[in-house]
Write a protein that binds this ligand. Structure first.
Ligand SMILES: Nc1ncnc2c1ncn2[C@@H]1O[C@H](COP(=O)(O)OP(=O)(O)OP(=O)(O)O)[C@@H](O)[C@H]1O
Ligand SMILES: [Mg+2]
Length: 262
């Protein structure tokens, strides 16, 4: 297989047991560079566990996580971020009492660790770097439509905006692959539509490949292709939105008996 054909990211035979529960079970799929790939499936199907393994929170029981052809499974979360994988969380994880700008600037500072001593010493170079970082952080807030909230404490924002702030924070690490875990959770249909447009814009502007978990089918069907369907930790189906929508196994396991979550 040539580099051109190689997927940006894949998992192979990924398996995770928790005390006898098979959360993820011999799960394999590929993500093509530049795609917005969706992961759907019933509650407890193992979707978030896949993200937790990919980002180094859990070690897999067995299987591989390949990023640009390298097996990164079992590496530490900070190394995985530096390799170019960033994520948002199903249960939002922000620095709650810090401003929105601080939440985005922290990962930018971490990337430029070398400037830390200079910044303590207040050298002109360090001051310039600090100004640049603030500008970049503000730019990211602007890209996500959050600039007017820059100085507000993160936990005072409505949940929908906190989810956008998490995307801004993830983008600050300059990822090649962005993992979004239920970015539209808690959003109404109009907010969900506008988030779908925003995610598509983010993909273009930041040249980032996106893998997203969602229960809002309107968002998934509009912007994701392919869509990967998980059930009981395994791969139930993979295909275009139309293929997945018409797949009888997917309808039986998930689409047929679910209510749209808000
Ligand atoms: N740390 C853990 N310890 C024990 N069991 C866990 C742990 N994390 C996940 N599980 C179990 O693994 C299974 C898969 O959970 P996971 O959170 O990955 O599902 P999900 O597809 O993201 O569901 P949802 O759509 O509700 O977010 C569930 O049975 C869950 O209870
Ligand atoms: Mg989940």
């Amino acid at each position: 297989m040539t580099t051109m054909e190689r997927p940006l990211f894949s998992v192979k035979g990924l398996t995770k047991y928790f005390d006898g529960i098979r959360a993820v079970d011999s799960f394999s799929f590929d993500v093509t560079e530049g795609s917005i790939t969706g992961i759907i499936g019933p509650n407890g199907a193992g979707k978030t566990t896949v993200f937790n393994i990919v980002t180094g929170i859990y070690r897999p029981t067995c299987g591989e996580v390949l990023f640009r052809g390298e097996n990164i499974s079992g590496q530490r979360p900070d190394r995985i971020v530096r390799k170019g994988i960033a994520r948002t969380f199903q249960n939002i994880r922000l620095f709650n009492r810090r401003s929105c700008l601080d939440n985005v600037i922290t990962p930018l500072f971490q990337r430029e660790r070398c400037g830390f001593l200079g910044s303590l010493l207040g050298t002109p170079g360090a001051r310039k770097m600090e100004r640049d970082l603030y500008e970049r952080a503000f730019g990211l807030l602007k890209d996500l439509g959050l600039e007017k909230f820059a100085s507000m404490q993160a936990n005072t924002l409505p949940y929908g905006l906190q989810r956008k702030l998490e995307i801004a924070r993830a983008l600050a690490t300059d990822p090649a692959l962005l993992l979004l875990d239920e970015p539209a959770a808690g959003m109404n249909p109009e907010e969900t539509r506008s988030l779908a447009n925003l995610i598509a814009e983010v993909r273009e502007k930041f040249k980032v490949t996106i893998l997203l978990i969602e229960h809002h089918m309107d968002l998934v069907m509009n912007i994701c292709s392919p869509i990967v369907v998980m059930n009981f930790g395994t791969l139930l189906a993979r295909g275009t939105p139309d293929e997945v929508r018409e797949n009888p196994d997917v309808v039986a396991a998930y689409l047929g008996n679910r209510k749209e979550r808000k």
